[in-house]
Design a protein around this ligand. Structure first.
Ligand SMILES: Cc1cc2nc3c(=O)[nH]c(=O)nc-3n(C[C@H](O)[C@H](O)[C@H](O)COP(=O)(O)OP(=O)(O)OC[C@H]3O[C@@H](n4cnc5c(N)ncnc54)[C@H](O)[C@@H]3O)c2cc1C
Length: 243
């Protein structure tokens, strides 16, 4: 399905709030009150990050839904040894300004594309998936059925945990977690990497859904392969690789 392109804009965004999401991830909230910035759920922006005299350009998915017009949220997870992500999670203060350009990307969802969604993410790969979920909630799209399968290394690293718990209470959204490296004593979610038996157990009518996969390239490729083997058509799988 070809969607009309959103106009690409370049603007200076001021950080008006910083949210510590997990020990290694922060959300930067930018003021977009005076900017007519529109995008599809799932798209990303390019951020110019000053770093030791250089200007680094990095892609960050938009975390806030397009229904939220006054602010734009980006969630950045620190990559050990990384440049931009370390700067953005350790040095940025409220009031700082950044050049932002976008929106970009074909990893998008709008209701006309399908009503049964399965979102599968790892680590910071949750960000565009959260944008889609926030959009479903804020636009009150109660006819949409969504399942999120979210993999993290440790419990403390689950980004948006409280909000995800709230979203899935009595709604059309189901959230399934797995922790790959450690888990608290009374953990009731899965442990270990996402595998075929987990997918078979948690997803209804596997070949009929629309799939959105986001995270490190190997993760996305592995899950896509599992879905193919379970009979999902290539066209039903959208991928965003964070490399
Ligand atoms: C379309 C798109 C959307 C993205 N959205 C987000 C987002 O919403 N939130 C977010 O936190 N990141 C996101 N990323 C990743 C982001 O663009 C940067 O790559 C990331 O912040 C690391 O940049 P850096 O300058 O700190 O690392 P660099 O200094 O460029 O790299 C340092 C080292 O870390 C490795 N590395 C780079 N990225 C990763 C990674 N993601 N995981 C593991 N190792 C890595 C590199 O190979 C290198 O060895 C997105 C990437 C893409 C392509």
């Amino acid at each position: 399905m070809e969607l009309p392109k959103k106009t690409i804009k370049e603007f200076t965004g001021k950080v008006i709030k910083i949210i510590q999401e997990t020990p290694s991830a922060k959300t930067l909230v930018f003021d977009t009150k005076d900017i007519d910035f529109d995008f599809y759920p799932g798209q990303y922006v390019m951020l110019n990050v000053p770093y030791e005299g250089e200007l680094l350009k990095r892609a960050y998915s938009i975390a806030s839904p397009p229904t939220q017009r006054e602010t734009l949220e980006l969630t950045i997870k620190r990559v050990p040894g990384g440049k931009a992500s370390v700067f953005l999670t350790e040095k940025v203060k409220e009031g700082d300004e950044f050049l932002i350009k976008g929106p970009y990307g074909k990893f998008v969802w709008v209701p006309q594309m399908g009503t049964n969604l399965v979102l599968i993410g790892a680590g910071s790969g949750i960000v565009p998936l959260m944008c889609i979920l926030r959009y479903i909630v804020s636009a009150k799209l109660e006819h949409i059925k969504a399942t999120l399968i979210y993999s993290n290394t440790h419990y403390e690293e689950i980004i948006y945990y409280q909000e995800l718990e709230k979203i899935q209470k009595g709604s059309n959204i189901k959230v399934v977690y797995t922790l790959t490296r450690s888990h608290p004593p009374h953990w009731e979610g899965y442990t270990g990497r996402i595998n075929t038996s987990m997918l078979l157990k948690e997803i209804e009518d596997i070949p009929t859904n629309l799939y959105y996969l986001c995270g490190p390239p190997n993760f996305v490729d592995d899950i896509a392969q599992m879905l193919h083997e379970l009979g999902v058509d290539k066209e039903q799988i959208k991928k965003e690789k964070y490399d």
